[in-house]
Design a protein around this ligand. Structure first.
Ligand SMILES: Nc1nc2c(ncn2[C@@H]2O[C@H](COP(=O)(O)OP(=O)(O)OP(=O)(O)O)[C@@H](O)[C@H]2O)c(=O)[nH]1
Ligand SMILES: [Mg+2]
Length: 310
């Protein structure tokens, strides 16, 4: 069902693809995208009912683990009486992930441009929740933590980061993270963002994070790949977004067919280059943004001394 026209035009799912939708013969006369063709514009094609929470799962060939993630999210939200929608943001997976998403209560969003950042941005563009939580579809995160994230968001925080590193109270189980990421990449990038941007975050790459739509919509996102994770932390610091952390456990993912999509050298280099270029171009000086009314209700960091080790 083409969600733009609400007419069955043969498209199996919502398609986040400007060209495709413009070519759709059933396209209504209403403009599909804004002049700047920003991902946010695709919100115009989403269902009109609005959820409290959207859980967005970027997914590229995760058929082995996707169903378990969806089940865990559904159970958690049902048990906690959370009005949530699940959005699977896929880039033409070929292993049956799309079919798994379509046979579940989740909504499948086809994102035409590849990349972790593109997938999340496309998924969010098609989502409706006032709050958004994103997480990997590889069973490395415990989605039963969702109510904790939502509670912080409802309490006024703009960005709620998970923290897997012990410096922030988290835990990384053996085999869950490559040693180079654990001891070199993540600590280095975290240190740079804390030092240069004053970010309070202890785990910049944590993939289980939540944020308000107000925060998300207030920023012009640029990154399309794994660097999107870092861009979010930098922008939060630059805009003075109310940020907090929840200590979580990282489990070894349950994939056997393929490894992580994150490439240590390629993505490590891109991240370093991105952080340096942002600092040189924009500096660590905070950019201004209209203060959020809700933000005033959030306590400054550190908020939970029991949870925040440093
Ligand atoms: N749609 C889409 N999803 C992606 C893409 N790259 C990664 N993902 C998804 O994003 C999530 C994170 O990717 P992972 O491969 O787990 O990378 P990672 O968790 O940063 O790496 P590790 O910490 O080493 O596990 C997974 O659910 C992937 O399927 C992409 O290009 N497109
Ligand atoms: Mg992962």
């Amino acid at each position: 069902m083409c969600s733009e026209s609400r007419i069955d035009c043969g498209s199996a799912a919502y398609v986040y693809d400007l060209e495709y939708c413009l070519q759709c013969p059933y396209r209504s006369s209403a403009p599909l995208v804004s002049d700047d063709h920003s991902p946010r514009a695709a919100l115009m094609t989403t269902p009109t009912t609005r959820s409290d929470l959207s859980v967005v799962l970027p997914c590229l060939n995760e058929a082995e683990t996707l169903r378990a993630c969806l089940t865990r999210i559904e159970e958690t939200c049902t048990n906690a009486s959370i009005d949530a929608e699940i959005v699977v943001a896929d880039n033409a997976s070929t292993d049956g992930s799309r079919e798994i998403a379509m046979s579940s209560s989740a909504r499948l969003v086809e994102v035409s441009q590849r990349g972790y950042g593109n997938a999340i941005r496309g998924g969010i563009a098609a989502s409706t929740g006032q709050y958004i939580i994103v997480g990997d579809a590889d069973c490395s995160y415990d989605f039963s933590e969702i109510p904790k994230y939502l509670a912080r968001l409802r309490n006024g925080y703009d960005l709620v980061m998970g923290c897997r590193r012990p410096t922030g109270g988290g835990q990384i189980l053996p085999g869950a993270m490559p040693l180079t990421h654990r001891w070199i990449g993540n600590p280095l990038f975290t240190k740079l963002l804390r030092g240069w941007y004053g970010s309070p975050v202890n785990d910049v790459f944590c993939g289980l994070r939540g944020f308000s739509r107000e925060f998300y919509d207030g920023i012009r996102w640029e990154e399309s790949g794994m660097t999107f994770a870092v861009e979010m932390v930098i922008r939060a610091a630059q805009t003075g977004a109310a940020t907090t952390e929840i200590p979580i456990t990282l489990y070894p993912d349950e994939r056997t067919v393929h490894g992580p999509h994150l490439s240590t050298l390629r993505d490590g280099w891109r991240t370093l280059r991105y952080i340096l270029s942002q600092y040189l171009l924009r500096g660590g000086v905070p950019v201004t943004r209209q203060p959020s009314a809700r933000r005033e209700t959030a306590s400054p960091i550190p908020v939970d001394t029991d949870l925040m080790v440093s």
